[in-house]
Design a protein around this ligand. Structure first.
Ligand code: FAD
Length: 317
């Protein structure tokens, strides 16, 4: 990044900007080259930053909790946005008067687990499926996070977005296009908050269900190892991606520090010192092997961003 651009960022964001920060510190994979990260507290700051980025031709992307992302080893050019304090509120919507439901709004920076626990504490059903999914509300909406046949799209009623024209708009559910692990978003748009409608339910029954869900997750997923969750999407019919990888005999297959989990075959885990190119090479081998054995082409769930090698300018610095 040019010095004049660094200066603008420093002048406007002070200690909230860091240059050349390893993305391995910001992703659950623990992998990724350097990026310039700006932590944003308000809608206005986000507006100012995106306007500057477009005017100065600086690439810009937003990161949630970094739990579904693989950053290449050369890092990310331009600016990576992280949302902080100002985006971590959970509020009850004032117009709520229903005995059966409660409507709440959560900032995009709220951790999904925080929202799930909030719902549990209030005796609200609709988010228990997401217990144990690490991620932010922004990332969960963008990826339509789901499990056990349910997804975040089931309980969302609207989202607030900053669009590329610098306008903050609210889009109701009827106009949102969710799909399996995805939400169509206009390019250059950033999710600021989500509105949810949750059903009042028996708190004791909810807690019992929550304990079962967490127990199941802990027994079937390598929760203590660095990963980005399921690497591949499940095919639309037939066996799950994990089952196919398992049937292909790939559990434990390793490239460098990246390994196909021995606990859950659709998880690629960083056993220590894995690079993005280790993961990419391993997952290509998985794809090839599953295709050769079953004729099924696995599609990636994990988002891959960044450069294979650092940009020339940072090599010279
Ligand atoms: C152990 C483990 C278990 C997991 N289990 C599940 C599971 O059961 N089900 C499931 O669906 N996922 C699962 N995941 C994947 C992941 O947790 C979810 O996809 C999560 O919702 C991603 O949220 P995030 O905030 O971490 O997004 P990130 O990984 O930070 O980002 C993902 C994408 O969303 C975009 N994004 C993030 N915030 C915003 C925003 N505010 N506006 C616009 N775009 C945004 C990013 O640019 C990126 O393209 C698991 C991951 C791990 C590590």
């Amino acid at each position: 990044m040019k010095e004049e651009h660094k200066k603008w960022l420093e002048d406007h964001f002070g200690s909230m900007v860091v240059f050349g920060e390893p993305m391995s510190f910001h992703t659950t994979f623990g992998i990724g080259g350097p990026a310039n990260i700006v932590t944003i507290r308000t809608d206005q700051q986000l507006k100012d930053l995106t306007k500057w980025a477009y005017e100065n031709d600086q690439p810009i992307m937003i990161l949630g909790a970094g739990s579904n992302i693989l950053v290449r080893d050369g890092g990310i050019q331009g600016v990576v946005i992280k949302l902080s304090n100002g985006f971590d509120a959970i509020e009850r919507l004032p117009d709520d008067s229903s005995d059966t439901h409660m409507r709440i709004v959560a900032g995009a920076g709220v951790l999904l687990q925080k929202l799930c626990n909030h719902a549990l504490n209030k005796g609200l059903a609709g988010l228990n499926f997401a217990l144990g999914i690490p991620g932010s509300i922004g990332g969960a909406l963008r990826m339509n996070a789901g499990a056990r046949g349910k997804s975040i799209a089931d309980s969302v009623t609207a989202i607030g977005v900053l669009n590329k024209y610098g306008e903050i708009i609210t889009t109701r559910k009827a106009n949102l296009c969710f799909s399996y692990r995805g939400l169509e978003l206009e390019e250059g748009s950033f999710i600021l908050r989500g509105e949810f409608q949750l059903k009042r339910a028996d708190p004791v029954a909810l807690r019992k269900e929550a304990a079962q869900i967490l127990k199941k997750r802990a027994s079937s997923q390598p929760m203590s190892l660095h990963s980005a969750g399921c690497f591949f999407l499940n095919p639309s019919k037939g066996s799950s991606a994990g089952k196919l990888v398992d049937m292909a005999g790939l559990k434990g297959l390793r490239v460098g520090g990246a390994e196909v989990s021995t606990k859950h075959a659709n998880f690629v885990v960083n056993k220590g010192g894995a690079t993005a190119s280790d993961v990419i090479s391993l997952t290509q081998q998985i794809k090839d092997s599953v295709f050769n054995k079953f004729g099924i082409s696995l599609e990636r769930e994990v988002v891959i961003v960044g450069e294979e090698t650092p940009p020339q300018e940072s090599l010279q610095e």
